[in-house]
Design a protein around this ligand. Structure first.
Ligand code: AKB
Length: 316
């Protein structure tokens, strides 16, 4: 039996909800503990209330539950962090340091921490953005993720901390709702299409962004944590990629299933954030180093989303 014991911090968020479920399937319910800032949550496994910035509480929980690996997902995303820059920076950085330091002390063996395509900025090549390129983020979220990447690499090189990371693109799933990102429209659009038959998008029609179906993102997250340490060549964060589309393209794809669906555009402050992000990502290094591959592209993602949302009766 594996002695892996996992703590997921930020388990109630868009990624956490599905990650916990998948980790439990793989390692067993008893091996996984979900945690978040909320008092309660409805997981089929142990849940504890935890503030990632409370170092002592985090350490106590890790020692008490004999945790070996931490997935630290707690963060303010791009749009929310722009509204509260000081707290965005504080949460995103203090949360990371509290976990990296525990790994440095040897209290935990392995850490997963997500970065984002938000690390890239207006001076980055927008199409097929390489792994190693100009990185000048312009949002608080992007700055915190880029700083975090540099710290992850530093902790690995200096103290041998086994920290692993991927740069998530916009994530689309039917089991949970996104919370405060610039790419959230790509989830909202499905709910509104099924509920109202129309959607008003907060980005312009031709704003192409890198996106990924949640099952692929979960696979990347769990896969990178299983690879032998010596195969992880990049200790900052790996580019991963699956698809790229703009609001008009996803709307057209939805129309193939719901012909009467219509979309209108009313860009807000998130347009400026999206304008500074890549349109598509080159992920050759992840594919080469740890065999990353995606299963979903725009067409099969839209079909799967609509089928599952209808089945779950979340809408309509
Ligand atoms: C956001 O839009 O802020 C996130 C991200 C791309 O990291 N979905």
């Amino acid at each position: 039996m594996s002695d892996t014991r996992i703590l997921v911090i930020g388990a109630c968020g868009q990624v956490g909800t599905e990650l916990v479920e998948n980790l439990a399937l793989r390692f067993g319910n008893d091996a996984v503990i979900a945690s978040d800032i909320r008092d309660e949550a409805s997981f089929d496994l142990a849940y504890i209330k935890l503030d990632v910035m409370d170092r002592e509480a985090v350490k106590n929980a890790i020692v008490k539950h004999k945790i070996t690996e931490v997935y630290n997902l707690a963060a303010l995303l791009s749009a929310t962090a722009e509204k509260n820059p000081e707290f965005g920076w504080k949460l995103n950085m203090e949360g990371l340091f509290s976990i990296l330091d525990l790994a440095k002390e040897g209290v935990i063996k392995k850490v997963f921490w997500p970065s984002s395509i938000a690390v890239f900025g207006p001076t980055t090549p927008r199409i097929d953005t390489p792994q190693f390129t100009i990185i000048e983020p312009t949002t608080v979220y992007g700055i915190s993720k880029f700083a975090g990447e540099r710290w992850c690499e530093y902790y690995h090189k200096r103290w041998g901390v086994d920290v692993r990371s991927v740069r998530y693109p916009g994530l689309i799933g039917y089991k949970s709702l996104p919370g405060g990102g610039t790419t959230d429209y790509a989830v909202d659009i499905f709910h509104q299409a099924l509920k109202e038959g129309s959607y008003e998008c907060f980005l312009k029609e031709n704003t192409a962004l890198p996106m990924m179906y949640m099952s692929d993102a979960i696979k990347a997250t769990i896969d990178i944590m299983q690879v032998p340490a010596e195969e992880i060549k990049i200790r900052s964060s790996y580019n991963i990629s699956a698809m790229s589309f703009d609001p008009a393209q996803i709307a057209n794809e939805i129309k193939k299933h719901i012909p009467e669906f219509s979309i209108s555009y009313n860009p807000d402050f998130r347009q400026a954030i999206a304008d500074n992000w890549p349109a598509s990502i080159n992920d050759n290094e992840a594919r080469k180093d740890w065999n990353w591959s995606n299963a979903f592209t725009l067409e099969n993602m839209v079909t799967d989303m609509l089928e599952n949302l209808k089945e779950r009766n979340l809408v309509g």
